[in-house]
Structure formats: structure tokens, C-alpha cells
Design a protein around this ligand. Structure first.
Ligand code: IMP
Length: 173
């Protein structure tokens, strides 16, 4: 059974970097009352810390999408639970846990752009640059990491380990 192993991003490193990201978002969108859209489920822990590090008027919502498995994916991603409010003419920040191939985010951006937001930015905690299959613009990036499967701080393996306060590599024993 694979277990969380080496810590890649400690609790302190997470909080320091998230404070910086919140500061950047506040500087860029301070007057726009943005809506931060968390992508379920993985981003909910990051989202909770990020909004508390972003000292401006903002609102929040969540969107649930299917994750596909493997490189043979068609790139067709399905919305499992939609936003509860309109984003028309809103400054939107999509908050994602990880960008891997980039296919999920590309689909999501296309879907949200079609709803005519005033602006659409992306904030991602972890970027697996090596794995990118499609080019997608990221506005705020927490950490670039190598191609390892991670758990903790919202990241799961089979639903487990989201509650760890740090990001660790999944290791088999
Ligand atoms: P992408 O479409 O390939 O960029 O994949 C993004 C999705 O894959 C994420 O939203 C996660 O659900 C999942 N994922 C990718 N890498 C990891 C990981 O290391 N741990 C947990 N989930 C991951």
C-alpha cells in the first residue's frame, strides 16, 4: 500500500508562499472584488488558506470537475458540480491544486471564458512543468515540482491523505 513519504513542501513553506500569492492577488485585483473559484476537491485546503492571505473584498465559489486518468485522455473533462453564481463581468481567479498535463485547466478555462467574465486568471499551488501536454497560461504559481505523485494538503491518493498539513511524495513500501 503506497504511503506518504518524503516531505516536498513543508507547512511553513506553504504558508510563506501562500502569503506571497495572496499579496499578489490583492495587488492585482484589489479594486475588482474578484470571485475565487476553487476546483474541487483537491483545491479546497489551498483555497481556505489563500483567501485568508488575500486581504481584499472577494467572494468564493467552487466547481467540481472529473479528473481523467492517463495520457490517452481525450481531454474531455466533465463538470460534476457547477458554480452557484454567474461570473459574467466578474474578475475570476481559478484556484487549482496542480497543473499536470494542463488538459483539465484548458477545458475549464474555455468553459468559464464562454460565460464572459471581465477577466480570468489562474492560481495554482503546484506546477508539474515536465508533464505539460498543452500550453496553458498560469498567472500565479506556488511551487514548481518534479514529476512525482504528491499527497497531502488537499492532494489525495484514493481519497486519502488530503488532511496532511504538508505536501509529500507518495511512496510504495
Ligand atoms: P491535468 O489535467 O493533467 O493537469 O491534471 C490535473 C488533475 O490531476 C488534478 O486536478 C488532480 O486531480 C490530478 N493530479 C495530478 N497530479 C496529481 C498528484 O500528484 N497528486 C494528486 N492528484 C494529482
Amino acid at each position: 500500500m503506497p504511503r506518504p513519504g518524503r516531505v516536498l513542501i513543508s507547512e511553513a513553506e506553504l504558508q510563506t508562499r501562500i502569503a506571497e500569492l495572496g499579496g499578489e492577488i490583492a495587488r492585482d485585483l484589489g479594486r475588482e472584488r474578484p470571485i475565487l473559484v476553487g476546483v474541487l476537491q483537491g483545491a479546497f485546503v489551498f483555497m481556505a488558506d489563500l483567501i485568508r492571505a488575500t486581504p481584499i473584498d472577494l467572494t468564493t465559489d467552487f466547481i467540481g470537475v472529473t479528473s481523467y486518468a492517463g495520457a490517452r485522455s481525450s481531454g474531455q473533462v466533465r463538470i460534476l458540480s457547477d458554480l452557484s453564481v454567474s461570473i459574467e463581468d466578474r474578475a475570476v481567479v481559478v484556484v487549482e491544486d496542480v497543473v499536470d498535463t494542463g488538459l483539465t485547466l484548458t477545458y475549464l478555462k474555455r468553459t468559464l471564458e464562454a460565460r464572459h467574465p471581465r477577466s480570468l486568471r489562474v492560481c495554482v499551488l503546484v506546477d508539474k512543468v515536465e508533464r505539460r501536454a498543452v500550453d496553458v497560461r498560469l498567472d500565479y504559481v506556488g511551487f514548481a515540482i518534479p514529476n512525482v505523485f504528491v499527497v497531502g494538503y488537499g492532494f489525495d491518493y484514493d481519497g486519502l491523505y488530503r488532511n496532511l498539513p504538508y505536501v509529500a511524495a507518495l511512496e510504495s513500501d
